[in-house]
Design a protein around this ligand. Structure first.
Ligand code: R2B
Ligand code: URA
Length: 269
């Protein structure tokens, strides 16, 4: 069933990853994939944990919020592609993030992923011991993705360091959570320091994702759209319509990459 998979696209929300399938089907001109009524078939419907869809050589998978949630489905997808005998599969995380000093709606391609203390490794506890897994980046994919950003796109695509936080509020220096034991001044100093160190966005999965890709020997990359500029605020205020449009920006870049790899021009193979 899955032996022809070449690209696995992960993203946070089940609904977004279902919608992504529609885009893939249109762009790749595929119409023989399995549906469930007017929705794309969810191969993981036996569980409410995540959504798993397939359109031709593309798997679209939701991973929830944060590395612990991602790591469960990531393990299961690595097993799936292994047992299905898939060859040369590329993994993407296509998501959202907060930007630092970037126009909201900008797409960031992760060139380096770090934790909240700027360590470029994903640290986990295994058998009671700390294990560090480096998030080694595949620069060739980042460059190829960057080449898929069109000059006439009405948004910018940049490459930079992504800070991967374990929390949305205090872990991202927000002032608007239920808990906050620091002042605005402390927040601004932290964000400015990050910016000086090349951090241009903050999200919650990149470090684990890239470290697990490297550990699995799978090529992987992360493309996220910024929903706000964290130097200007904490609250995500863009409306749902705009959010949906912006979320398609990194999706479109990845789809262009896939089309290039499959040799598809204007929907024709
Ligand atoms: C981006 O958005 C989510 C938090 O709202 C999280 O999954 C992430 O990385
Ligand atoms: N996702 C995050 O993790 N942080 C943001 O600021 C926006 C989206």
């Amino acid at each position: 069933m899955f032996g022809d998979v070449k690209f696995v696209c992960f993203g946070g929300q089940p609904s977004r990853m279902e919608a992504f399938c529609g885009l893939v089907a249109r762009e790749l001109n595929i119409n023989d994939h399995e549906m469930d009524g007017d929705k794309h078939k969810n191969y993981a419907s036996g569980t409410d944990r995540y959504a798993l869809h397939k359109v031709g050589p593309v798997l679209s998978v939701s991973h929830g919020i944060g590395i612990p949630s991602l790591s469960v489905v990531f393990n299961e997808i690595v097993k799936l592609v292994y047992y299905a005998g898939c060859k040369d599969v590329v993994f993407f995380r296509i998501g959202t993030c907060g930007g630092i000093g970037l126009e909201p709606g900008t797409v960031v391609l992760t060139q380096k992923a770090v934790d909240g203390e700027m360590n470029p490794e994903y640290t986990m506890s295994i058998l009671g011991k700390k294990v560090r897994r480096p998030a080694v980046i595949d620069n060739s994919i980042v460059s190829e993705l960057n080449a898929c950003a069109n000059e006439d796109d009405d948004f910018q695509t940049v490459r930079g360091t992504t800070l991967c936080a374990d929390d949305f509020y205090e872990g991202q220096a927000r002032l608007d959570g239920a808990f906050c034991d620091y002042e605005e001044e402390d927040k601004m100093k932290y964000l400015s320091d990050l910016r000086e160190h090349g951090v241009c966005n903050i999200e919650m999965e990149s470090l684990g994702f890239l470290a697990m890709c490297h550990h699995a020997g799978v090529k992987g990359a992360v493309a996220c759209v910024t929903l706000l500029d964290r130097l200007k605020g904490d609250f995500v205020s863009c409306d749902i319509k705009m959010l949906k449009r912006w979320q398609e920006r990194p999706q479109n870049i990845v789809i262009r990459y896939i089309k290039k790899k499959l040799g598809i021009i204007n929907g024709v193979h």
